[in-house]
Write a protein that binds this ligand. Sequence first.
Ligand code: ZN
Length: 316
Amino acid sequence: MSADLADLRERFLSLRRWRSESGRRAPHKPLLLLLAIGRCLRGEERLAPFAIVEQKLKELLATFGPPRQTLHPEFPFWRLRKDRIWEIDRPHLVRQTTSRDAYVRDLREHSIAGGFLAADYTTLRANPSLAHELANAILHAHFPETYHADLLQATGIGHFGAGASPHQDIRQVAEVADAEGKVYKTTLQRPRDAAFRQAVLKAYCERCAVCEFSVRLEGAVVAVEAAHVRWHNHAGPAVVRNGLALCSLHHRLFDRGAFGLDDSLVIRVSTKAKGRGRRESLGRFDGARLPVVPTMSTERPAPEFLRWHHHQVLRP
Ligand SMILES: [Zn+2]
């Protein structure tokens, strides 16, 4: 049996309700879904034992999730059933806590397995392009673009295929949704994106705010990008005060929480960032005021956005 395509899409794409109003990041369910889509594309068994999921999801949460002391891979494994896309074998063997979550010990000891519903799994197996489309929509709804390639690799989904840039894919998702009269809207708005990039690069004179890198090639700015301080898909507006011009390297490091800025625009480097070249590319800026700031104070990063980044992204 396979699932109705429109119904499957709607269930998977109603991702928005997983985001809390407070802007607190909630990547548990998205990461588990990406893992399961990867399994499906590789033709692995539909249901995976919790022990396997637990290990992998912990790694993903530690690497791509918000800075938190404790990781709870059992939350999405158990809660995703309510979203009509997930199933668990022998749930009657699992005791529940007062907050109606599963006892991790029961999941482990009884080797409880979970995965997509059988009909959905069959449909996704037969339509790899649909699986890729859903993965792409999940990525855009929950993570900045600097995460996408790394996440696709870490979840074993792989590339979206030659000639299909993420931008093209997301436009496809929007068209499909529109044609079927669904309320789902893509989070990526191209014209506004372009205006945001232009305004931010101008405010920083086309230089990386951290290392001052600036290159034009044949007249075009290369490898200097407009980063959102508070992510666009977490209610971060496309305004200069929520932007930073950063070179590709510092954009990636900033989005992954390797460094942040305090309210007075002093750079704070995470103690977790280790490795070769760290001192030259990152460490030497620790404690320094951001070298490049917009001349107009009204264009400098606003504390409200910096604080979101500090709590939801920066690794302490
Ligand atoms: Zn830089």
